[in-house]
Design a protein around this ligand. Structure first.
Ligand SMILES: Cc1cc2nc3c(=O)[nH]c(=O)nc-3n(C[C@H](O)[C@H](O)[C@H](O)COP(=O)(O)OP(=O)(O)OC[C@H]3O[C@@H](n4cnc5c(N)ncnc54)[C@H](O)[C@@H]3O)c2cc1C
Length: 459
């Protein structure tokens, strides 16, 4: 519980209209996209690094925790104020500061919504590829803190591949710049990469410099349906082995298709057991050629349908199948654990087979879809928490799914991070020495453990 004196000091920093502590406000900032909930003591909306710095200095002096938060769309509880404290919301810092068309860079504040930024650069013929499905509401600061990915990662990479520099307020309140605007730069440790994916535990990001690309000439979308999961999974490695790197290679298994078809009746063939949504972009002639090559390459792999979008409207129609996945899943069961394991892409068929065995052993529905092109599969364990024993079964199944990914040379999380949700499983992936090195970095930057305490690393 924060005393009145501290609340008064916070009010002086951000202004009375930018601090809230009514029960309604606290409820609004106590949840994210997980089903966890923890109430903060108060919520502040600072504007700029100076205010953030003063808040963190006060927190160090008085010993209260601070939890950075963007849009609160995280899937792992990273922004949740477990144990109470101050939630520091970045959404007032929502300005696109400049888009430099000579050097193809942009500087933004952390509270800019991902899609707003994408649209602003596209108006200038430029391209910011990272495209988390949450782009209509997630913030760029949250994207950097989680190193968000998305369907286009297979060709273009993830958020950290586009971050050139940052302004960061360290947990002790000092404001630093990392990286810069040059393509090259090797002076000192790469603090930019350290902050990317640090889940708000090492500093509050207050400015971001992004690299941009020219907007691709054209794109071609293909919906391909296979008579087996194995066929679809083999198609992924076949396409890439033949030196075609599509922009996206999105995978949906039979359980996913059944959910979508039941609700939305899209006319997918009965014999379809898996779908790959493939998109290529770039030079108009090249993508025509690539679409033809892809068709030829995947035809012998049990292809039962191949639809190519003729224009943007048809492309949108094909993408509808993928976009309808999330709203359809709740028909299976009311509660979902959405994991996002990654394996080397050639191991996608193996991991899917391992998941099928786990599903049978625990007798709970598991629905798989995701970014097969980079081996990142969203494994959705669907349960009804009201049924006694289901929750325990789900936790055991999750552990086995993680083990399967690790056995195949993969990782527990490709883009959703650790937060609170995956923290108990960290020793399965990181050695004690790795954890100790990470804890040493945290302790050096945050000696009083005030910034997003209790997250990511085992406590
Ligand atoms: C429907 C849906 C679809 C999604 N699809 C994807 C997807 O395709 N790919 C993907 O990667 N993720 C996806 N996500 C997860 C989520 O949207 C991303 O992790 C996103 O990057 C979080 O952004 P946010 O602004 O909501 O951050 P929050 O949830 O508010 O915070 C996330 C983490 O970042 C920290 N943080 C936020 N802002 C800052 C800052 N300025 N400085 C320091 N730390 C900060 C927080 O402390 C927390 O640890 C999805 C979520 C939903 C609900």
């Amino acid at each position: 519980m924060l005393d009145a004196r501290i609340l008064q000091q916070l009010t002086e920093i951000v202004g009375s209209e930018n601090i809230a502590a009514t029960p309604q406000d606290l409820i609004c900032y106590g949840y994210d996209a997980t089903q966890m909930e923890f109430l903060p003591d108060c919520v502040v909306h600072p504007d700029g690094s100076e205010e953030v710095s003063r808040i963190l200095k006060l927190a160090n002096q008085e010993g209260f925790p601070v939890f950075p938060r963007g849009a609160g769309s995280g899937f792992t509880g990273g922004a949740l104020p477990k144990g109470g404290g101050v939630v520091l919301v970045t959404t007032r810092m929502n300005r696109i500061l400049r888009i430099d068309t000579d050097n193809l860079v942009a500087e933004v504040e952390p509270g800019v919504v991902t899609e707003t930024f994408q649209m602003a650069v596209e108006k200038l013929g430029l391209f910011y590829p990272p495209d988390p499905a949450s782009l209509k509401f997630s913030t760029l600061g949250g994207n950097v803190a989680e190193c968000a990915g998305g369907p286009r990662a297979v060709k273009y990479g993830v958020t950290k591949d586009f971050v050139m520099g940052l302004e960061v307020v360290l947990p002790t309140g000092e404001v630093i710049r990392t990286g810069g605007e040059t393509v090259k730069g090797v002076v000192g440790y790469d603090l930019t990469k350290l902050i990317c994916g640090s889940e708000g535990t090492l500093g509050v990001i207050t400015k971001i410099i992004f690299k941009l690309l020219p907007y691709p000439d054209a794109k071609k979308t293909m919906l391909t349906v296979f008579d087996s999961i194995d066929g679809a999974a083999r198609a992924v490695s076949t396409i890439i082995k033949n030196k075609i790197i599509p922009t996206t290679l999105e995978f949906m298994d039979h359980a996913t298709l059944t959910c979508v078809e039941r609700r939305f009746n899209l006319g997918l063939p009965d014999s379809g057991r898996a779908v790959l949504l493939i998109e290529v972009d770039g030079d108009r002639e090249l993508i025509e050629k690539q679409a033809g090559q892809i068709h030829k390459l995947i035809e012998p792999l049990g292809l039962v349908q191949f639809r190519v979008a003729k224009d943007a409207a048809e492309s949108e129609e094909l993408w509808r199948v993928r976009r309808l996945v999330s709203p359809s899943l709740r028909d299976v069961n009311p509660d979902k654990f959405n994991e996002d394991i990654v394996v080397p892409r050639s191991k996608v068929p193996d991991v899917i087979r391992r998941i099928e065995v786990i599903q049978k052993r625990y007798d709970i529905p598991i629905v798989n879809f995701g970014h097969a092109g980079d081996g990142n599969i969203h494994v959705n364990i669907m349960i009804d928490k009201r049924v006694p024993g289901e929750l325990e079964k789900a936790h055991e199944a999750i552990k086995e799914v993680f083990q399967a990914a690790l056995d195949l040379g993969g990782t527990m999380s490709g883009e959703h991070g650790v937060g609170l949700a995956k923290q108990p499983y960290i020793p399965m992936e990181l050695s004690a020495d790795q954890v100790a090195a990470m804890k040493a970095i945290k302790a050096a930057l945050d000696p009083k453990n005030i910034l997003n305490p209790g997250k990511m690393l085992p406590v």
